[in-house]
Each structure stands twice: as C-alpha cells, then as structure tokens.
Design a protein around this ligand. Sequence first.
Ligand code: UDP
Length: 239
Amino acid sequence: TVPPVKYRRILLKLSGEALMGAEDYGIDKQVIERLAAEIIEVQQAKVEIGLVIGGGNIFRGAGLASSGMDRVTGDHMGMLATVMNALAMQDALEKLGARVRVMSAIKINEVCEDYIRRRAIRHLEKGRIAIFAAGTGNPFFTTDSAAALRAVEIGADLLLKATKVDGVYDADPKKKKDARRYEKLTYDDVINRDLQVMDTAAIALCRDYNMPLRIYDITRPGDLMRILQGKQIGTLVHG
Ligand code: UDP
C-alpha cells in the first residue's frame, strides 16, 4: 500500500534551469514532461499545488545588466521569461489531463490571469494547479523571494525548492569529496553562515512567518512524492 501524504498544500519552486535538462538554454521537452507527470502524481494524492517557476533558462536581469543593459529592464525581461516557462508548464500539465491556471504578477491578460490571492486559493481548493508567474512583479527580487511570498500568502504547509543538488552542503559536493549534507538547518544558520540556499530576502520571509522549507534534488524521479509522504530527503530549513 502507498503511504499517505502528510501535506495538504505545498508551494513548489522550480528554477528555470530545472527545465533545461542537459541543454544550456530554453526548455527540454522530455524534462518538462517528466516534471509535469510527477506534479500530477502528487496532485492525485490530494495535495494542493502552487508552482513558482524561475526564468534563468532564458533571461536573468543580473546577467543582462552585466552586459550593459539597464537593470530594471533586464529584470522585466527576466520576469517575462518566467511567464513563458509557466505557459510551457501549463501546457505540459494540461496534456497529461490536469487543470491549470497561470497567474501573473504582471498584467498580461491575453495570456494568463492576474495573480489575485483569493482567486488563487479558490483554484487550489477546486483542484487546479496554480502557476504563479512573473515572480513578485518587482525588479531586484528573485523567483525564490516570490516562492517564499506566495507560500506564505496561500498558507502552504511546506515550501519546496527543487535544485540539481540533493540538499545543502557545507562545501561544494562537486569540488570536495568529503562535503557533508545538512539534514536540518535553522533559518538563522542559513543566513549567518551565508549558505547558498535561497536569497536572504526569501529566507528571512520564511523565518518571519515560520514557513518550513525543503531543498531537494529535482533530477531524482519520485523524490517529490517521497518527501510528501514524510521521508527525510534533502535538507529541511526550519525555525
Ligand atoms: N525577477 C524579478 N523580480 C522577481 C522575480 C524575478 O525581477 O520578483 C527577474 C530577475 O531578473 C531574475 C529573472 O526574473 O533574474 C528570472 O528569475 P530567477 O533568476 O529567480 O530564475 P531562476 O534562477 O529560478 O531560474
């Protein structure tokens, strides 16, 4: 028998890079299809799911600024990139039969809905997957901050950050063989030791509103479901 899930509502943050797979730009069709299938599996286990998707596989404001573009314009492009990723994920999820709404923090009504908190919660209650696009809608923020913000707003039980590493380490596991993975960290550990988990604004928001955060490896199929069944996978950041 399948173990029951322990969470009612989650916010899953996928970086733009997670959609790239082995490519170095854009969206890998097979990867997005696999991610969509995992998300639907979790939803079928009666977990309500909000998604925040990054845009780093297309544009990042900081990258554009370093090659001379105005930073705010670059951030606008980065936010629009997240809308494209959200549309691609919506499509992948719908192809597999899920009901999905993309809600953008920037008005782009011909393409998707606006983010309205009460409506977002209603979508979740009705069994729709809500994809929160365009980050926070403001320059100088990241989609990590958007993920923390939306998680708190929708009252998620858990914020999940999917990365390409299976948690947080005390050194880069690709460079140091004896790097150790933390099973648990406090928000203050992350901030004080400057561990690269999420940006400080995101961690501070999680800390202030006591939002548990788990970092896990997106490339391992099935881990998302196992986490929701209560398995201690990756690194938990808590109070
Ligand atoms: N961005 C922004 N405000 C936000 C969220 C994102 O300006 O609230 C811009 C920023 O330029 C960022 C880009 O959108 O670099 C893509 O988001 P992010 O870098 O967080 O994507 P990820 O690294 O998760 O793929």
